[in-house]
Design a protein. Structure first.
Ligand SMILES: [Zn+2]
Length: 187
């Protein structure tokens, strides 16, 4: 694994031990129990800045076209070489739906229309919240990009279940199939 890829992998761990210095004034952070919140936080020992550590929001889309869904084979760690639907971090100030559209284009060169929310996925001790949308391809010609070594449309009975990138990929695609069959995901 390249150093850059490792850096990307480690930038959002689910613990706070990596946080060493105040982002406002540069003084060391200390663990302090905050009575008002009844929670120990990373706090600056000089300016009292509270360094809240929150999950990162990831937006994803499952793009449908002619009865198939487009998946990408990841060209970055983690899970290099495994399949998932397009997605990525939401920028600060960006609408989640816009992030899903942008990430889909960046990873597949496909334009999509958001059809609706599929579901929201979060897991204990994982530092992200994943918001996944159902989408329809409206244009573009799919091609690999720096982030995706291969882009391919899969029939719904041909999804590469044993080569998916993350547990959330499996969970979201499972929900997607339920929705396609019955119009709902809670069965
Ligand atoms: Zn400070």
């Amino acid at each position: 694994m390249h150093d850059k890829q490792r850096h990307i992998w480690l930038q959002h761990p689910a613990d706070s031990e990596w946080a060493k210095f105040c982002p406002r004034c540069g003084t060391g952070l200390v663990d302090r129990y905050l009575e008002a919140e009844q929670h120990t936080r990373k706090v600056c020992s000089a300016c009292d800045f509270i360094f809240y550590l929150n999950p990162k929001v990831v937006a994803g889309a499952v793009p449908m076209q002619d009865g198939r869904i487009w998946l990408v084979r990841r060209n970055i760690e983690p899970s290099w070489g495994s399949w998932t639907f397009p997605g990525g971090y939401v920028d600060l100030g960006e609408q989640v739906t816009d992030a899903a559209i942008r990430e889909t284009y960046e990873e597949t060169l496909l334009n999509i229309r958001i059809e609706g929310l599929l579901n929201v996925y979060s897991y204990t001790n994982v530092g992200i919240v994943l918001v996944v949308f159902r989408a329809t391809v409206t244009g573009g010609v799919a091609a690999a990009t720096p982030e995706s070594q291969e882009v391919r449309a899969f029939a719904l009975d041909d999804i590469p279940w044993t080569r998916l990138a993350f547990p959330s990929t499996r969970d979201a695609l499972t929900d997607y199939l339920k929705f396609e069959r019955s119009g709902r995901i809670d069965d």
